[in-house]
Design a protein around this ligand. Structure first.
Ligand code: HXC
Length: 281
């Protein structure tokens, strides 16, 4: 087996590694779609813990407000707002951004994380099913950037798209998702070039299989994935384990921190090297 004692599994309770100094994001505001989900709420929780205020957007308003209140507890005095908004609704996003600026004053960091996915064969996909995922993931990311752009121009802001790795190789049952994520990557690369002169950077974080997330539940619910493979991820990943939410948060902190200031137009893959193997999910 490839698993070894030299790769300790990080604690589930860690928000991020011990590499970062407190207050590095003091006075900064992050706007995050998909912010009530497991991965993106982890990103926002880490940023808020390090000094930022935040607005998170999710489709289910009550749930999103609850998650926002949860995140705010991570730091005394933190302001975290939760908005119910569908990223397919460009006008609603503009209104939410205006309310964010009214309450929090500015937007420095944008995380486009809203996604709507399911596993399906191409045969099982209707035109509307394919379009729905393209609309949520790709068009929704475009709508979000468009709505936030005037604010990002004021702050010389930074954008992170939460993408994936399976479109690097192609993946069965995910043709719709892969097409949408490939589009997101192309959008980010183009923004990096077009907005760079305004001082705005655009980058991608591509998580691999992250433990205890909805995406993982959906992936491992896939018929035909042997149970021992689900229980023994060491067989799939060079580092011998799945990733954690805190490891995606660490990559996010790095890109938004001063340490990431010259990084523009990249994909930062956070997958333990998994996609380079022939075992990618
Ligand atoms: C085939 C499906 C389907 C399925 C829905 N559809 N589920 N087709 N197989 N399993 C079809 C519907 O029949 C319909 O087509 C069309 O898709 C739109 O469905 P709606 O339910 O009307 O859409 P909506 O209410 O907007 O919901 C969007 C959704 C849903 C994407 C379908 O799954 C969702 O809300 N997901 C959000 C949460 C989520 O996906 N989180 C995962 C993020 S994890 P017809 O033709 O009948 O009208 C992640 C990591 C990667 O991104 C994970 C990889 C799997």
């Amino acid at each position: 087996t490839m698993s070894g004692p030299f790769v300790p599994f990080p604690s589930e309770n860690e928000l991020y590694s011990k590499a970062w100094a407190k207050d590095i994001f003091k006075g900064k505001v992050v706007f995050c779609t998909g912010g009530a989900g497991t991965i993106c709420s982890g990103q926002v929780r880490a940023l808020v813990s390090l000094g930022a205020d935040a607005a998170i957007v999710g489709r289910r308003e009550g749930n999103t407000r609850n998650v926002a209140a949860e995140i705010a507890k991570v730091r005394p005095g933190a302001k975290v707002i939760g908005f119910g908004c569908d990223v397919r609704d460009a006008d609603a996003l503009v209104a939410v951004v205006a309310e964010t600026v009214k309450q929090l004053g500015r937007i420095d960091f944008l995380i486009c994380g809203a996604a709507g996915n399911f596993l399906s064969t191409v045969e099982g996909l209707s035109t509307n099913a394919f379009k729905t995922v393209m609309d949520i993931d790709l068009l929704g990311s475009f709508n979000t950037v468009k709505a936030c752009l005037p604010e990002l121009q004021k702050t010389k802001g930074r954008v992170i798209f939460v993408s994936a790795t399976f479109h690097y190789t192609g993946a069965a049952l995910q043709s719709h998702v892969a097409a949408a994520k490939a589009g997101i990557d192309a959008l980010s690369h183009s923004l990096a070039i077009e907005l760079g002169p305004s001082g705005i950077t655009s980058n991608i974080i591509a998580p691999g299989a992250i433990a205890n997330t909805e995406g993982m539940d959906r992936l491992t619910a896939r018929t035909g994935v042997p149970e021992d493979l689900q229980k023994n991820p060491a067989r799939l990943n060079p580092l011998g384990r799945w990733g954690t939410v805190s490891e995606v948060a660490d990559a996010t902190i790095f890109l938004f921190s001063d340490a990431g200031r010259y990084i523009n137009g990249v994909s930062l893959v956070v997958d333990g090297g998994n996609w380079r193997t022939s075992n990618s999910l």
